[in-house]
Design a protein around this ligand. Structure first.
Ligand code: FES
Length: 151
């Protein structure tokens, strides 16, 4: 065994992203849990069409946009819930995951598509009317544990 000092690999700089994290696309997470996407609860919305449109945009994006579905994300009373996660470039520019509630109609889907195909959080400004549908993530919407204990 040698007692040679351990050194950091050459060329490594703090904050430099490598591999998949360097090129992560803007990702749209579409809730399809118990309430979101449920045609019995929300019969006035074509939930399949909404997901088809988002997936078609991702397929046409050349890898800059990704769409996936999720089980219940939490705020069922704000269904349909969609979370837009920033791309790596968006995250570096300060973009944060953005929660959108009541994403039911075609106008909302149109605006969402405009935003995410332009780059999404941190890269492009969201349409003002879509911003009206931004909701707090469940963790932020809940009162802090300490505050609940004081009640
Ligand atoms: S089913 Fe979407 S938030 Fe619960």
């Amino acid at each position: 065994m040698t007692d040679a000092p351990r050194t950091a690999p050459t060329g490594f700089r703090r904050g430099v992203r490598i591999g998949a994290a360097r090129q992560r696309p803007c990702t749209v997470v579409v809730c399809r849990g118990c309430c979101c996407g449920n045609a019995r609860k929300y019969p006035g919305t074509d939930h399949v069409w909404q997901l088809d449109r988002l997936e078609a945009a991702a397929a046409a994006s050349g890898g800059t946009l990704s769409v996936r579905t999720s089980d219940c994300l939490g705020p069922c009373d704000q269904a349909n819930v969609i979370v837009v996660q920033p791309s790596s470039a968006g995250r570096l520019a300060g973009g944060k995951a953005t929660w959108i509630g009541f994403a039911m109609d075609d106008d909302c889907t149109d605006e969402l598509l405009d935003w995410v195909t332009a780059g999404g959080p941190g890269v492009a400004a969201p349409p003002p009317t879509l911003e009206l549908q931004f909701v707090k993530p469940p963790r932020e919407a809940r009162p802090a544990k300490a505050a609940r204990a004081r009640r």
